[in-house]
Design a protein around this ligand. Structure first.
Ligand code: ADP
Length: 525
Protein backbone atom coordinates (compact mmCIF):
# COMPACT_ATOMS: atom_id res chain seq x y z
CA UNK A 1 0.00 0.00 0.00
CA UNK A 2 1.47 3.34 -1.03
CA UNK A 3 1.74 6.02 1.66
CA UNK A 4 -0.54 8.36 -0.29
CA UNK A 5 -3.34 5.84 -0.51
CA UNK A 6 -2.99 5.18 3.21
CA UNK A 7 -5.90 6.99 4.92
CA UNK A 8 -3.86 7.59 8.09
CA UNK A 9 -1.15 9.42 6.21
CA UNK A 10 -3.62 11.29 4.04
CA UNK A 11 -5.28 12.64 7.16
CA UNK A 12 -1.94 13.50 8.71
CA UNK A 13 -1.17 15.70 5.71
CA UNK A 14 -3.59 18.27 7.14
CA UNK A 15 -0.73 18.75 9.63
CA UNK A 16 -0.83 19.28 13.37
CA UNK A 17 1.98 21.79 13.00
CA UNK A 18 0.08 23.73 10.36
CA UNK A 19 -2.94 23.89 12.61
CA UNK A 20 -0.98 25.17 15.63
CA UNK A 21 0.68 27.72 13.35
CA UNK A 22 -2.62 28.88 11.89
CA UNK A 23 -4.23 29.22 15.32
CA UNK A 24 -1.29 31.16 16.77
CA UNK A 25 -1.04 33.51 13.76
CA UNK A 26 -4.78 34.11 13.80
CA UNK A 27 -4.82 34.87 17.55
CA UNK A 28 -1.78 37.17 17.36
CA UNK A 29 -3.16 38.98 14.33
CA UNK A 30 -6.52 39.43 15.98
CA UNK A 31 -4.98 40.72 19.21
CA UNK A 32 -2.51 42.99 17.34
CA UNK A 33 -5.15 44.51 15.09
CA UNK A 34 -7.59 45.12 17.92
CA UNK A 35 -4.77 46.70 20.00
CA UNK A 36 -3.76 48.98 17.12
CA UNK A 37 -7.35 50.03 16.52
CA UNK A 38 -7.94 50.65 20.22
CA UNK A 39 -4.70 52.58 20.74
CA UNK A 40 -5.30 54.65 17.61
CA UNK A 41 -8.82 55.43 18.70
CA UNK A 42 -7.74 56.46 22.21
CA UNK A 43 -4.80 58.47 20.93
CA UNK A 44 -6.86 60.24 18.28
CA UNK A 45 -9.42 61.19 20.92
CA UNK A 46 -6.71 62.52 23.24
CA UNK A 47 -5.02 64.46 20.43
CA UNK A 48 -8.29 65.92 19.20
CA UNK A 49 -9.12 67.03 22.73
CA UNK A 50 -5.66 68.60 23.09
CA UNK A 51 -6.04 70.32 19.70
CA UNK A 52 -9.43 71.66 20.74
CA UNK A 53 -8.07 73.08 23.99
CA UNK A 54 -5.02 74.54 22.22
CA UNK A 55 -7.18 76.04 19.45
CA UNK A 56 -9.59 77.51 21.96
CA UNK A 57 -6.77 79.00 24.06
CA UNK A 58 -5.08 80.58 21.03
CA UNK A 59 -8.35 81.88 19.61
CA UNK A 60 -9.55 83.31 22.92
CA UNK A 61 -6.16 84.99 23.52
CA UNK A 62 -6.21 86.37 19.99
CA UNK A 63 -9.84 87.60 20.43
CA UNK A 64 -9.10 89.30 23.76
CA UNK A 65 -5.88 90.89 22.46
CA UNK A 66 -7.46 92.18 19.30
CA UNK A 67 -10.72 93.55 20.89
CA UNK A 68 -9.40 97.11 21.39
CA UNK A 69 -7.88 97.33 17.92
CA UNK A 70 -11.16 96.00 16.43
CA UNK A 71 -13.26 98.55 18.32
CA UNK A 72 -10.90 101.30 17.11
CA UNK A 73 -10.93 99.73 13.66
CA UNK A 74 -7.13 99.68 13.91
CA UNK A 75 -6.40 97.27 11.05
CA UNK A 76 -2.64 97.75 11.34
CA UNK A 77 -2.74 96.90 15.04
CA UNK A 78 -4.82 93.76 14.31
CA UNK A 79 -2.40 92.73 11.56
CA UNK A 80 0.55 93.15 13.89
CA UNK A 81 -1.18 91.06 16.52
CA UNK A 82 -1.97 88.32 13.99
CA UNK A 83 1.66 88.29 12.77
CA UNK A 84 2.81 87.88 16.36
CA UNK A 85 0.44 84.91 16.94
CA UNK A 86 1.42 83.26 13.64
CA UNK A 87 5.02 83.55 14.60
CA UNK A 88 4.67 82.14 18.08
CA UNK A 89 2.13 79.34 17.23
CA UNK A 90 3.44 77.11 14.47
CA UNK A 91 0.18 75.10 14.25
CA UNK A 92 -1.91 78.19 13.35
CA UNK A 93 -2.68 78.14 9.62
CA UNK A 94 -4.74 81.30 9.39
CA UNK A 95 -6.29 84.10 11.50
CA UNK A 96 -8.92 86.66 10.59
CA UNK A 97 -11.36 89.11 12.19
CA UNK A 98 -14.91 89.66 10.95
CA UNK A 99 -16.54 92.91 12.06
CA UNK A 100 -20.15 93.39 13.21
CA UNK A 101 -21.19 93.88 9.55
CA UNK A 102 -19.69 90.48 8.76
CA UNK A 103 -16.93 92.08 6.69
CA UNK A 104 -13.39 90.70 6.96
CA UNK A 105 -11.53 93.40 8.88
CA UNK A 106 -8.11 91.76 8.72
CA UNK A 107 -6.76 88.28 7.74
CA UNK A 108 -3.50 86.43 7.29
CA UNK A 109 -4.50 85.47 3.72
CA UNK A 110 -2.27 87.46 1.41
CA UNK A 111 -3.42 85.84 -1.87
CA UNK A 112 -7.10 86.59 -1.39
CA UNK A 113 -9.62 85.36 1.14
CA UNK A 114 -10.79 81.79 0.35
CA UNK A 115 -14.36 81.61 -0.81
CA UNK A 116 -16.80 79.91 1.52
CA UNK A 117 -14.51 80.11 4.57
CA UNK A 118 -16.47 83.03 6.00
CA UNK A 119 -19.72 81.06 6.17
CA UNK A 120 -18.09 77.79 7.19
CA UNK A 121 -18.18 78.44 10.93
CA UNK A 122 -20.63 81.06 12.35
CA UNK A 123 -21.28 80.80 16.10
CA UNK A 124 -24.93 80.82 17.12
CA UNK A 125 -26.24 83.65 19.22
CA UNK A 126 -25.11 83.40 22.86
CA UNK A 127 -22.34 80.78 22.10
CA UNK A 128 -18.97 81.36 23.80
CA UNK A 129 -17.22 79.83 20.80
CA UNK A 130 -17.75 77.42 17.89
CA UNK A 131 -15.47 74.58 16.70
CA UNK A 132 -15.57 73.08 13.21
CA UNK A 133 -13.29 70.73 11.33
CA UNK A 134 -12.82 72.08 7.81
CA UNK A 135 -11.09 70.74 4.74
CA UNK A 136 -9.08 73.67 3.28
CA UNK A 137 -6.27 74.19 0.84
CA UNK A 138 -3.88 73.87 3.81
CA UNK A 139 -5.30 70.46 4.64
CA UNK A 140 -7.57 69.43 7.53
CA UNK A 141 -8.05 72.41 9.81
CA UNK A 142 -9.72 72.89 13.22
CA UNK A 143 -11.54 76.21 12.81
CA UNK A 144 -12.32 78.09 16.07
CA UNK A 145 -14.66 81.12 16.06
CA UNK A 146 -14.78 83.32 19.21
CA UNK A 147 -17.42 86.11 19.27
CA UNK A 148 -16.12 89.57 20.30
CA UNK A 149 -18.34 91.22 22.94
CA UNK A 150 -20.96 88.46 22.46
CA UNK A 151 -20.79 88.97 18.66
CA UNK A 152 -21.61 92.71 18.82
CA UNK A 153 -18.05 93.68 17.81
CA UNK A 154 -17.53 90.81 15.35
CA UNK A 155 -15.88 87.39 15.45
CA UNK A 156 -12.22 86.35 15.80
CA UNK A 157 -11.44 83.19 13.75
CA UNK A 158 -8.36 80.99 13.95
CA UNK A 159 -7.53 77.86 11.94
CA UNK A 160 -5.20 75.22 13.48
CA UNK A 161 -3.59 72.56 11.30
CA UNK A 162 -4.57 68.99 12.16
CA UNK A 163 -1.94 67.58 9.85
CA UNK A 164 0.57 67.41 12.68
CA UNK A 165 -1.86 65.41 14.76
CA UNK A 166 -2.47 63.17 11.75
CA UNK A 167 1.26 62.69 11.39
CA UNK A 168 1.58 61.71 15.05
CA UNK A 169 -1.31 59.24 14.67
CA UNK A 170 0.25 57.83 11.49
CA UNK A 171 3.65 57.44 13.11
CA UNK A 172 2.15 55.71 16.15
CA UNK A 173 0.14 53.40 13.92
CA UNK A 174 3.33 52.52 12.04
CA UNK A 175 5.16 51.72 15.26
CA UNK A 176 2.25 49.64 16.50
CA UNK A 177 2.07 47.74 13.19
CA UNK A 178 5.79 47.05 13.38
CA UNK A 179 5.34 45.73 16.93
CA UNK A 180 2.38 43.59 15.84
CA UNK A 181 4.32 42.15 12.89
CA UNK A 182 7.26 41.35 15.18
CA UNK A 183 4.87 39.60 17.58
CA UNK A 184 3.31 37.65 14.66
CA UNK A 185 6.76 36.64 13.48
CA UNK A 186 7.71 35.62 16.99
CA UNK A 187 4.42 33.72 17.30
CA UNK A 188 5.07 31.88 14.02
CA UNK A 189 8.56 30.86 15.13
CA UNK A 190 7.22 29.85 18.54
CA UNK A 191 4.29 27.94 17.04
CA UNK A 192 6.57 26.18 14.57
CA UNK A 193 8.95 25.16 17.36
CA UNK A 194 6.16 23.99 19.67
CA UNK A 195 4.42 22.30 16.77
CA UNK A 196 7.62 20.49 15.85
CA UNK A 197 8.13 19.47 19.44
CA UNK A 198 4.61 18.02 19.75
CA UNK A 199 3.94 16.94 16.19
CA UNK A 200 7.22 15.19 15.38
CA UNK A 201 6.71 12.24 17.76
CA UNK A 202 3.07 12.04 16.71
CA UNK A 203 4.15 11.96 13.07
CA UNK A 204 6.55 9.15 13.88
CA UNK A 205 3.72 7.26 15.58
CA UNK A 206 1.39 7.86 12.63
CA UNK A 207 4.00 6.65 10.14
CA UNK A 208 4.56 3.52 12.22
CA UNK A 209 0.81 2.91 12.42
CA UNK A 210 0.55 3.36 8.64
CA UNK A 211 3.32 0.81 8.10
CA UNK A 212 1.49 -1.62 10.43
CA UNK A 213 -1.72 -0.94 8.51
CA UNK A 214 0.15 -1.93 5.34
CA UNK A 215 1.02 -5.26 6.99
CA UNK A 216 4.55 -4.62 8.31
CA UNK A 217 4.63 -5.72 11.96
CA UNK A 218 8.43 -5.40 12.22
CA UNK A 219 8.43 -1.56 12.39
CA UNK A 220 8.75 0.28 15.73
CA UNK A 221 7.98 3.89 16.66
CA UNK A 222 11.25 5.64 17.58
CA UNK A 223 10.18 8.34 20.09
CA UNK A 224 13.00 8.91 22.58
CA UNK A 225 11.18 11.47 24.79
CA UNK A 226 10.11 10.56 28.34
CA UNK A 227 6.80 12.39 28.24
CA UNK A 228 3.28 11.00 27.65
CA UNK A 229 3.88 10.62 23.91
CA UNK A 230 7.07 8.69 24.64
CA UNK A 231 5.11 6.39 26.96
CA UNK A 232 2.42 6.01 24.29
CA UNK A 233 5.07 5.03 21.74
CA UNK A 234 6.54 2.47 24.16
CA UNK A 235 3.10 0.94 24.74
CA UNK A 236 2.48 0.94 20.98
CA UNK A 237 5.81 -0.84 20.38
CA UNK A 238 5.00 -3.47 23.02
CA UNK A 239 1.61 -4.04 21.43
CA UNK A 240 3.32 -4.46 18.03
CA UNK A 241 5.72 -7.01 19.49
CA UNK A 242 2.78 -8.98 20.97
CA UNK A 243 0.93 -8.77 17.65
CA UNK A 244 3.93 -10.02 15.71
CA UNK A 245 4.32 -12.95 18.12
CA UNK A 246 0.61 -13.80 17.87
CA UNK A 247 0.80 -13.64 14.07
CA UNK A 248 3.81 -15.95 13.98
CA UNK A 249 2.01 -18.44 16.21
CA UNK A 250 -1.09 -18.21 14.05
CA UNK A 251 0.93 -18.83 10.92
CA UNK A 252 2.44 -21.94 12.49
CA UNK A 253 -1.03 -23.14 13.49
CA UNK A 254 -2.47 -22.41 10.05
CA UNK A 255 0.41 -24.30 8.45
CA UNK A 256 -0.21 -27.28 10.79
CA UNK A 257 -3.94 -27.20 10.11
CA UNK A 258 -3.37 -26.92 6.35
CA UNK A 259 -1.08 -29.91 6.51
CA UNK A 260 -3.68 -31.88 8.49
CA UNK A 261 -6.38 -30.82 6.04
CA UNK A 262 -4.21 -31.95 3.16
CA UNK A 263 -3.81 -35.36 4.76
CA UNK A 264 -7.54 -35.55 5.52
CA UNK A 265 -8.21 -34.62 1.89
CA UNK A 266 -5.96 -37.39 0.68
CA UNK A 267 -7.76 -39.83 2.97
CA UNK A 268 -11.09 -38.56 1.71
CA UNK A 269 -9.97 -38.99 -1.87
CA UNK A 270 -8.92 -42.56 -1.09
CA UNK A 271 -12.24 -43.20 0.70
CA UNK A 272 -14.07 -41.67 -2.27
CA UNK A 273 -12.33 -44.04 -4.60
CA UNK A 274 -13.26 -46.95 -2.35
CA UNK A 275 -16.83 -45.69 -2.20
CA UNK A 276 -16.96 -45.39 -5.97
CA UNK A 277 -15.75 -48.98 -6.28
CA UNK A 278 -18.30 -50.10 -3.66
CA UNK A 279 -20.98 -48.17 -5.53
CA UNK A 280 -20.13 -49.94 -8.71
CA UNK A 281 -20.31 -53.27 -6.89
CA UNK A 282 -23.64 -52.24 -5.35
CA UNK A 283 -25.00 -51.20 -8.74
CA UNK A 284 -24.00 -54.59 -10.14
CA UNK A 285 -25.57 -56.33 -7.13
CA UNK A 286 -28.72 -54.21 -7.57
CA UNK A 287 -28.90 -55.15 -11.18
CA UNK A 288 -28.51 -58.82 -10.25
CA UNK A 289 -31.16 -58.39 -7.52
CA UNK A 290 -33.58 -56.71 -9.90
CA UNK A 291 -33.09 -59.50 -12.35
CA UNK A 292 -33.53 -62.08 -9.56
CA UNK A 293 -36.70 -60.30 -8.33
CA UNK A 294 -38.00 -60.23 -11.88
CA UNK A 295 -37.28 -63.92 -12.20
CA UNK A 296 -38.87 -64.58 -8.77
CA UNK A 297 -42.01 -62.63 -9.71
CA UNK A 298 -42.24 -64.38 -13.02
CA UNK A 299 -41.77 -67.69 -11.25
CA UNK A 300 -44.43 -66.86 -8.60
CA UNK A 301 -46.87 -65.63 -11.20
CA UNK A 302 -46.42 -68.74 -13.34
CA UNK A 303 -46.35 -71.11 -10.40
CA UNK A 304 -49.38 -69.48 -8.77
CA UNK A 305 -51.30 -69.79 -11.97
CA UNK A 306 -50.13 -73.36 -12.47
CA UNK A 307 -50.92 -74.22 -8.83
CA UNK A 308 -54.45 -72.86 -8.92
CA UNK A 309 -55.72 -75.38 -11.51
CA UNK A 310 -54.74 -78.56 -9.60
CA UNK A 311 -55.69 -76.86 -6.30
CA UNK A 312 -59.17 -76.10 -7.57
CA UNK A 313 -59.43 -79.78 -8.57
CA UNK A 314 -58.26 -80.93 -5.12
CA UNK A 315 -60.75 -78.58 -3.42
CA UNK A 316 -63.60 -79.45 -5.82
CA UNK A 317 -63.08 -83.21 -5.70
CA UNK A 318 -62.56 -83.33 -1.92
CA UNK A 319 -65.79 -81.35 -1.63
CA UNK A 320 -67.62 -83.86 -3.87
CA UNK A 321 -66.22 -86.73 -1.80
CA UNK A 322 -67.16 -84.97 1.46
CA UNK A 323 -70.71 -84.49 0.22
CA UNK A 324 -70.69 -88.31 -0.57
CA UNK A 325 -71.71 -87.52 -4.14
CA UNK A 326 -69.23 -90.19 -5.30
CA UNK A 327 -70.36 -92.74 -2.73
CA UNK A 328 -70.37 -93.07 1.05
CA UNK A 329 -67.18 -92.33 3.04
CA UNK A 330 -66.29 -93.54 6.53
CA UNK A 331 -66.03 -91.16 9.44
CA UNK A 332 -62.23 -91.36 9.38
CA UNK A 333 -62.19 -90.86 5.59
CA UNK A 334 -64.49 -87.81 6.10
CA UNK A 335 -62.13 -86.31 8.70
CA UNK A 336 -59.13 -86.84 6.39
CA UNK A 337 -61.00 -85.41 3.41
CA UNK A 338 -61.99 -82.35 5.54
CA UNK A 339 -58.33 -81.72 6.30
CA UNK A 340 -57.48 -82.05 2.58
CA UNK A 341 -60.28 -79.58 1.76
CA UNK A 342 -59.31 -76.94 4.38
CA UNK A 343 -55.59 -77.26 3.54
CA UNK A 344 -56.48 -76.81 -0.15
CA UNK A 345 -58.53 -73.70 0.69
CA UNK A 346 -55.67 -72.32 2.75
CA UNK A 347 -53.19 -72.99 -0.02
CA UNK A 348 -55.51 -71.35 -2.57
CA UNK A 349 -55.77 -68.21 -0.41
CA UNK A 350 -52.00 -68.14 -0.15
CA UNK A 351 -51.55 -68.56 -3.90
CA UNK A 352 -54.14 -65.86 -4.61
CA UNK A 353 -52.45 -63.40 -2.24
CA UNK A 354 -49.05 -64.18 -3.74
CA UNK A 355 -50.37 -63.61 -7.22
CA UNK A 356 -51.98 -60.30 -6.21
CA UNK A 357 -48.81 -59.11 -4.54
CA UNK A 358 -46.70 -60.02 -7.54
CA UNK A 359 -49.09 -58.24 -9.89
CA UNK A 360 -49.23 -55.09 -7.72
CA UNK A 361 -45.43 -54.99 -7.42
CA UNK A 362 -45.09 -55.12 -11.18
CA UNK A 363 -47.82 -52.63 -11.81
CA UNK A 364 -49.82 -55.18 -13.70
CA UNK A 365 -52.90 -54.69 -11.58
CA UNK A 366 -55.04 -51.71 -12.62
CA UNK A 367 -58.16 -50.66 -10.70
CA UNK A 368 -61.49 -50.66 -12.50
CA UNK A 369 -62.96 -47.39 -11.28
CA UNK A 370 -66.66 -46.73 -11.02
CA UNK A 371 -69.20 -45.32 -8.57
CA UNK A 372 -68.98 -47.64 -5.58
CA UNK A 373 -71.60 -47.92 -2.88
CA UNK A 374 -69.24 -48.64 0.02
CA UNK A 375 -72.13 -49.17 2.48
CA UNK A 376 -73.52 -51.95 0.28
CA UNK A 377 -70.11 -53.67 0.16
CA UNK A 378 -69.75 -53.44 3.95
CA UNK A 379 -73.19 -54.89 4.43
CA UNK A 380 -72.47 -57.72 1.99
CA UNK A 381 -69.18 -58.55 3.71
CA UNK A 382 -70.85 -58.47 7.12
CA UNK A 383 -73.48 -60.85 5.77
CA UNK A 384 -70.79 -63.28 4.56
CA UNK A 385 -68.56 -63.14 7.63
CA UNK A 386 -71.22 -62.38 10.26
CA UNK A 387 -72.23 -66.06 10.76
CA UNK A 388 -68.59 -66.99 11.38
CA UNK A 389 -68.35 -64.35 14.17
CA UNK A 390 -71.69 -65.29 15.61
CA UNK A 391 -70.55 -68.93 15.66
CA UNK A 392 -67.71 -67.78 17.95
CA UNK A 393 -70.26 -65.91 20.13
CA UNK A 394 -69.12 -62.44 18.91
CA UNK A 395 -71.41 -59.42 18.66
CA UNK A 396 -71.32 -58.22 15.03
CA UNK A 397 -72.17 -54.48 14.74
CA UNK A 398 -72.51 -52.12 11.83
CA UNK A 399 -73.22 -48.39 12.06
CA UNK A 400 -73.55 -46.03 9.13
CA UNK A 401 -73.12 -42.26 9.51
CA UNK A 402 -74.86 -39.53 7.53
CA UNK A 403 -73.93 -38.31 4.03
CA UNK A 404 -72.15 -41.54 3.08
CA UNK A 405 -72.50 -41.16 -0.68
CA UNK A 406 -70.89 -43.43 -3.30
CA UNK A 407 -67.16 -43.01 -3.97
CA UNK A 408 -65.16 -43.33 -7.19
CA UNK A 409 -63.23 -46.58 -6.61
CA UNK A 410 -62.81 -50.27 -7.48
CA UNK A 411 -65.60 -52.32 -5.82
CA UNK A 412 -63.69 -55.64 -6.09
CA UNK A 413 -60.58 -54.23 -4.41
CA UNK A 414 -62.64 -52.51 -1.69
CA UNK A 415 -64.42 -55.78 -1.01
CA UNK A 416 -61.13 -57.69 -0.92
CA UNK A 417 -59.71 -55.21 1.62
CA UNK A 418 -62.85 -55.30 3.79
CA UNK A 419 -63.03 -59.12 3.71
CA UNK A 420 -59.45 -59.16 4.93
CA UNK A 421 -60.00 -56.56 7.71
CA UNK A 422 -63.33 -57.96 8.98
CA UNK A 423 -62.06 -61.53 8.50
CA UNK A 424 -58.98 -60.77 10.61
CA UNK A 425 -61.12 -59.14 13.32
CA UNK A 426 -63.33 -62.24 13.50
CA UNK A 427 -60.31 -64.57 13.25
CA UNK A 428 -58.27 -62.96 16.06
CA UNK A 429 -61.13 -62.07 18.46
CA UNK A 430 -62.35 -64.76 20.86
CA UNK A 431 -64.85 -62.78 22.94
CA UNK A 432 -66.63 -59.46 22.71
CA UNK A 433 -67.48 -57.73 19.43
CA UNK A 434 -66.51 -56.83 15.92
CA UNK A 435 -67.81 -53.39 14.96
CA UNK A 436 -67.74 -51.75 11.55
CA UNK A 437 -68.41 -48.02 11.33
CA UNK A 438 -68.99 -46.15 8.10
CA UNK A 439 -68.75 -42.35 8.19
CA UNK A 440 -68.05 -39.31 6.07
CA UNK A 441 -65.00 -37.15 6.82
CA UNK A 442 -64.84 -34.05 4.56
CA UNK A 443 -64.02 -35.48 1.08
CA UNK A 444 -63.41 -39.05 2.25
CA UNK A 445 -65.44 -42.10 3.20
CA UNK A 446 -63.99 -43.81 6.26
CA UNK A 447 -64.51 -47.46 7.17
CA UNK A 448 -63.29 -48.30 10.71
CA UNK A 449 -63.13 -51.99 11.67
CA UNK A 450 -62.77 -52.38 15.47
CA UNK A 451 -62.63 -55.47 17.61
CA UNK A 452 -62.17 -56.47 21.24
CA UNK A 453 -59.41 -58.93 20.32
CA UNK A 454 -55.86 -59.36 21.70
CA UNK A 455 -54.57 -56.13 20.17
CA UNK A 456 -51.18 -55.60 18.53
CA UNK A 457 -47.98 -54.58 20.37
CA UNK A 458 -46.90 -50.99 19.60
CA UNK A 459 -43.64 -52.20 18.01
CA UNK A 460 -45.58 -54.37 15.53
CA UNK A 461 -48.15 -51.80 14.49
CA UNK A 462 -46.43 -50.86 11.22
CA UNK A 463 -44.83 -54.23 10.66
CA UNK A 464 -48.22 -56.01 10.24
CA UNK A 465 -48.38 -54.35 6.79
CA UNK A 466 -45.14 -56.10 5.74
CA UNK A 467 -45.30 -59.22 3.64
CA UNK A 468 -45.38 -62.50 5.61
CA UNK A 469 -45.20 -60.67 8.94
CA UNK A 470 -47.40 -62.13 11.62
CA UNK A 471 -47.52 -61.09 15.25
CA UNK A 472 -46.57 -64.03 17.52
CA UNK A 473 -46.15 -66.27 14.49
CA UNK A 474 -44.75 -69.01 16.69
CA UNK A 475 -48.30 -70.30 17.21
CA UNK A 476 -49.81 -70.22 13.71
CA UNK A 477 -52.16 -73.03 14.55
CA UNK A 478 -54.14 -70.77 16.82
CA UNK A 479 -54.96 -68.35 14.03
CA UNK A 480 -54.06 -69.69 10.62
CA UNK A 481 -52.91 -67.24 7.97
CA UNK A 482 -50.24 -66.28 5.49
CA UNK A 483 -49.16 -62.84 6.69
CA UNK A 484 -49.99 -61.46 3.24
CA UNK A 485 -53.53 -60.13 3.67
CA UNK A 486 -52.67 -56.72 5.18
CA UNK A 487 -49.68 -56.25 2.86
CA UNK A 488 -51.92 -56.80 -0.18
CA UNK A 489 -54.70 -54.65 1.35
CA UNK A 490 -52.44 -51.67 1.96
CA UNK A 491 -51.00 -51.81 -1.55
CA UNK A 492 -54.49 -52.02 -3.06
CA UNK A 493 -55.60 -49.08 -0.88
CA UNK A 494 -52.61 -47.02 -2.03
CA UNK A 495 -53.40 -47.72 -5.68
CA UNK A 496 -56.94 -46.43 -4.98
CA UNK A 497 -55.58 -43.20 -3.42
CA UNK A 498 -56.83 -44.45 -0.04
CA UNK A 499 -54.98 -44.97 3.25
CA UNK A 500 -55.03 -47.98 5.56
CA UNK A 501 -53.81 -47.51 9.15
CA UNK A 502 -54.12 -49.27 12.47
CA UNK A 503 -54.47 -48.19 16.09
CA UNK A 504 -54.31 -50.78 18.81
CA UNK A 505 -53.84 -51.33 22.50
CA UNK A 506 -52.49 -54.66 23.65
CA UNK A 507 -55.21 -56.70 25.39
CA UNK A 508 -57.99 -54.24 24.49
CA UNK A 509 -58.49 -54.61 20.76
CA UNK A 510 -57.58 -53.02 17.44
CA UNK A 511 -59.08 -50.58 14.96
CA UNK A 512 -58.15 -50.71 11.26
CA UNK A 513 -59.16 -47.55 9.37
CA UNK A 514 -59.61 -47.41 5.61
CA UNK A 515 -59.98 -43.85 4.29
CA UNK A 516 -61.20 -43.69 0.68
CA UNK A 517 -61.27 -40.43 -1.31
CA UNK A 518 -64.71 -39.71 -2.77
CA UNK A 519 -63.22 -38.44 -6.04
CA UNK A 520 -60.97 -41.43 -6.71
CA UNK A 521 -57.17 -41.89 -6.84
CA UNK A 522 -56.54 -38.80 -9.02
CA UNK A 523 -58.01 -36.48 -6.34
CA UNK A 524 -55.11 -37.31 -3.99
CA UNK A 525 -52.38 -37.49 -6.66
P1 ADP B 1 -52.74 -63.22 8.34
O1 ADP B 1 -54.04 -62.77 8.89
O2 ADP B 1 -52.90 -64.13 7.23
O3 ADP B 1 -51.79 -63.67 9.37
P2 ADP B 1 -52.46 -60.46 7.69
O4 ADP B 1 -51.52 -59.75 6.82
O5 ADP B 1 -53.89 -60.26 7.42
O6 ADP B 1 -52.04 -61.95 7.67
O7 ADP B 1 -52.17 -60.01 9.16
C1 ADP B 1 -50.84 -59.93 9.62
C2 ADP B 1 -50.80 -60.07 11.11
O8 ADP B 1 -51.39 -58.94 11.77
C3 ADP B 1 -51.61 -61.19 11.65
O9 ADP B 1 -50.87 -62.41 11.63
C4 ADP B 1 -51.89 -60.77 13.07
O10 ADP B 1 -50.80 -61.12 13.92
C5 ADP B 1 -52.01 -59.28 12.96
N1 ADP B 1 -53.42 -58.88 12.93
C6 ADP B 1 -54.13 -58.54 11.82
N2 ADP B 1 -55.38 -58.18 12.17
C7 ADP B 1 -55.47 -58.29 13.53
C8 ADP B 1 -56.50 -58.02 14.48
N3 ADP B 1 -57.72 -57.63 14.11
N4 ADP B 1 -56.22 -58.24 15.79
C9 ADP B 1 -54.99 -58.65 16.18
N5 ADP B 1 -53.98 -58.90 15.33
C10 ADP B 1 -54.21 -58.73 14.01
Amino acid sequence: MSPVSNPMLARRQLGLRGRILAVVVAVVLLLGLSTILFVEFAMRNALEEAARIQGLTISRGFATASLDAVLLEDVIGVNRLMAGVMESESDVVYLFIVDAQEQVLASTFTDGFPAGLLDANIPAEGDQYSLRQLRTEQGLVLDVAVPLLGGGAGVARAGLSETRMQRVVGRTRGVLLAIALSVVLLGVVLAYTVGRFIAKPLETLTETAAAVHAGDLSVRANVPSNDEIGLLADAFNEMLAALAAARDELEVRVADRTHELGEANDELAATNEELAATNEELAATNQALAEATQAKSAFIATMSHELRTPLNSVIGFSDILLREMAGPVTEEQGRQLGMVHSSGMHLLALVNDLLDLSRIEHGRLEPSLCEVDIAAIVKRTMKTLGPLGEQKGLEMRFTEGKKCCPACSDPVWIEQILINLIGNAVKFTDTGFVAVELRRESDDIVVAVSDSGPGIPRADLERVFEEFYRVGCESPAKAPGTGLGLAVSRRLAERLGATLDVESELGRGSTFTLQIPLDGPDATA
